[in-house]
Structure formats: structure tokens, C-alpha cells
Ligand binder design. Structure first.
Ligand SMILES: NC(=O)c1ccc[n+]([C@@H]2O[C@H](COP(=O)([O-])OP(=O)(O)OC[C@H]3O[C@@H](n4cnc5c(N)ncnc54)[C@H](O)[C@@H]3O)[C@@H](O)[C@H]2O)c1
Length: 347
């Protein structure tokens, strides 16, 4: 590929603007077109991506621009259509996580990736965090024997649903918002397909406090195809005094060894006059004005995969597995029983 990789962005909200800027910093890439239906949001984006061509309809953008990559950053429930339209227009896709909110839609995307031969990466950027990647290497090298039991916790203060996500906390859940990266990491580490999910949740604190019919916390037990299992915990009712955003911990127990990763704090304690907190920097932060960390590394990696025609490191099958688990968690919560995951495609 001689000239720069031409990128378009669909959905210019928080992530579209942030992820777009990270994409723009990749030396080999340029953001040339934007698709966003809300005019004021588009204006904000145009101030950032000067010279990019604005479209209110992403189909028009796909028709008129000769793009190499589209970054889909629409809300979770609106990923399917722009992803499929982009692939069918011959464009490689970087899609925000989760790939879709239903297993049926995820399988549809897998089929279209196969038909078109285009590349897709789901933005599960935690895979590029060196500590998580190191655990994957240890497991692949057999240092834990066979990984058979997993546990992951990602819990947040109550300010997350009541302030940060106030406008859409009711449409989301602690599992969608917090467990999705853990689910991707554990499934990647286990190198296995999920086959059954049993989830329990409770609605008490947010109901009392806000009258909201939403889960305070969820624990999900996921069984994989060789009987291995993992528990995923996500709760968002810690007191606001919690210094951790989020309180995060993962564990894998293997037949020959075990490993833990504690990300409650990422090296820094800040003890101020009024509060104590633990700022996080590992996923992405600016060092001497330049973005560094797992998040920019994941974006660079997809651009490299497109330029060099190499494998995407979080492909459509990874996207399908995590969506299948999350979809089954919410079905299990609704029906109060374990849910079998059956696949409509081979992989
Ligand atoms: N990778 C991560 O760690 C991470 C972190 C936060 C959020 N996310 C994900 O990023 C995605 C976007 O989240 P956000 O917080 O930026 O949401 P947001 O609501 O701020 O932005 C979404 C934007 O998409 C636009 N949109 C909706 N339908 C559209 C369409 N058909 N065509 C074009 N634009 C459309 C909306 O108008 C809005 O501007 C979500 O899937 C979210 O889960 C990922």
C-alpha cells in the first residue's frame, strides 16, 4: 500500500472522537471521512478532524469514499448494520466492543467476513496490556498446565451508573459495561469455546436509591467446551469513596500452576487533602505528548494487519464468543436458569 491508509469513522460520540484521534496518530493512517447523524456532534468532530468529509448517512460515506478502514463506534446495539455495510463495501472494520449484542447478529457478521475476505478487529484493547499478554504466553507455554478454573472481578463505585452513565445505565448492565473485557481475556487465555452460562443478579441498591430497574451486580458462571469454567463478577454499587475505577482482579487456576493479576491500582497512589485515588495509565495515556499504552497499540496493530495483510489479533470469532457469553448471561438472568450456547456456524 503506497499512500496512507484511508480511514472513516461511523459514530462520533465519546469513543468515535477519542478512538479517531488515536487512529489519526498512527503514522500510516489518515482520517478522511466521518459519518454521524447528529449535527452538533458532527460539528465537534469536524473541529478535531479538520479536512475530513462529513456524512449524515454512513451508506453515503461508503459509496463515495474509497476507504481502507472503517472504525465503528456507534452504541452497542447499533454495531451490526454499519459493520456489515462496511464489509460489503469492501472495507476492513475496527469495531468497538462488544462486536454485537446478540449471538445471531455476531454469526451474521462472521459469515460476511468470510464472504468478503475483509479483516475485522473488535476493540478488546486489553489484550495489548503487557501483563495480560504475558499470562497468555505463560498459558500457551504450558506453565500452568491446563487452565481449568477462572475468576474475574470488575467492580465500580455507584457514581459510574448514577453519574457517568446516567443517560444509559438503564439500557446497559454491569456485565455489558464491565465484564466484557474480562470475558474476552479469559476466553482467549483458555483458548476454548463457551458452551453454557448460568448468571445470578440482584436489584436492590439502585432500585432503593433511584427507583431504577437495573442490576446492582451480576455473577456469571461460564462453562467451556472441555468442562473448564470461569466466574465473572461485575457490580457497580461500591461507595463513591472507592479509590478504584474499577476494582479489577483476575485469576486462572491450572492443573500445574496458578496466576493472579491485581489491577486495583496501577502503580500510583494519590493521597490528596480530600480524597485518595489510584490513577490509571496502563491502557492509554500521553507521555511527552504522545499516546502510549495498550489502547493505541491495539489500533496500530490493526492498521499494520491491513497494510501487511496479516491476521487481526481480535478477530470475528473472538467477537462471536464474547457476544455469545454476554447474550447468554442476560438470557439466564431473565429466565433464572442455565443457558446452553449452540453455534449456527463452524469455527
Ligand atoms: N473499547 C473500550 O474500552 C470502550 C470504552 C468505552 C466505550 N466503548 C464502546 O464504544 C461504543 C461507543 O460508545 P460511546 O460512549 O462513544 O457512545 P456515544 O453515545 O457517546 O456515541 C455514539 C455515537 O454514535 C452515533 N450514531 C448512532 N447511530 C448511528 C448511525 N447509524 N450512524 C452513525 N452514527 C450513529 C450517535 O449519534 C453518537 O454520536 C459503544 O459500543 C461502547 O460500548 C468501548
Amino acid at each position: 500500500m503506497s499512500s496512507k491508509v484511508r480511514c472513516g469513522i461511523i459514530g462520533l460520540g465519546i469513543m468515535g472522537k477519542e478512538g479517531g484521534q488515536v487512529l489519526q496518530l498512527v503514522e500510516e493512517a489518515e482520517v478522511v471521512a466521518l459519518a454521524e447523524p447528529i449535527e452538533t456532534t458532527m460539528q465537534e468532530a469536524l473541529n478535531i478532524f479538520e479536512g475530513a468529509k462529513p456524512y449524515s448517512d454512513y451508506n453515503e460515506m461508503l459509496k463515495h469514499e474509497n476507504l481502507d478502514i472503517v472504525y465503528v463506534a456507534t452504541p452497542d446495539i447499533y454495531h451490526r448494520d454499519p459493520v456489515i455495510a462496511s464489509l460489503k463495501a469492501g472495507v476492513n472494520v475496527l469495531v468497538e466492543k462488544p462486536m454485537t449484542t446478540s449471538q445471531v447478529d455476531a454469526e451474521e457478521i462472521v459469515k460476511v467476513v468470510r464472504e468478503t475476505g475483509k479483516k475485522l478487529q473488535v476493540s478488546f484493547n486489553h489484550r495489548w496490556l503487557s501483563a495480560y499478554y504475558h499470562i497468555k504466553e505463560m498459558i500457551d507455554e504450558g506453565k500452568l498446565g491446563e487452565p481449568i478454573i477462572g475468576y474475574a472481578r470488575k467492580n465500580n463505585p455507584i457514581s459510574v451508573p448514577t453519574t457517568m452513565l446516567a443517560s444509559w445505565a438503564l439500557k446497559s448492565s454491569p456485565a455489558w459495561f464491565m465484564s466484557s473485557h474480562d470475558i474476552d481475556l479469559m476466553t482467549w487465555w483458555f483458548n476454548a469455546a463457551p458452551v453454557e452460562v448460568y448468571a445470578k443478579g440482584i436489584k436492590r441498591k439502585l432500585k432503593e436509591l433511584k427507583g431504577w430497574d437495573t442490576w446492582d451486580g451480576i455473577q456469571s458462571l461460564v462453562t467451556y467446551d472441555k468442562g473448564q469454567f470461569a466466574t465473572f463478577e461485575a457490580a457497580w454499587i461500591y461507595p463513591t469513596s472507592s479509590p478504584y475505577l474499577p476494582d479489577s482482579f483476575m485469576e486462572v487456576i491450572g492443573t500445574e500452576g496458578t496466576t493472579h493479576i491485581d489491577r486495583q491500582r496501577e502503580a500510583i497512589d494519590h493521597i490528596g487533602q480530600e480524597n485518595f485515588n489510584c490513577p490509571r495509565t496502563f491502557l492509554g495515556s500521553k507521555v511527552f505528548g504522545k499516546w502510549q499504552g495498550a489502547y493505541p497499540a491495539s489500533v496500530q496493530s490493526f492498521v499494520d494487519a491491513v497494510i501487511n495483510d496479516t491476521k487481526s489479533h481480535v478477530d470475528e470469532i473472538a467477537g462471536l464468543k464474547s457476544t455469545a457469553i454476554l447474550d447468554a448471561i442476560h438470557k439466564s438472568l431473565e429466565l433464572g436458569k442455565p443457558i446452553d450456547i449452540k453455534y449456527g456456524i463452524d469455527f
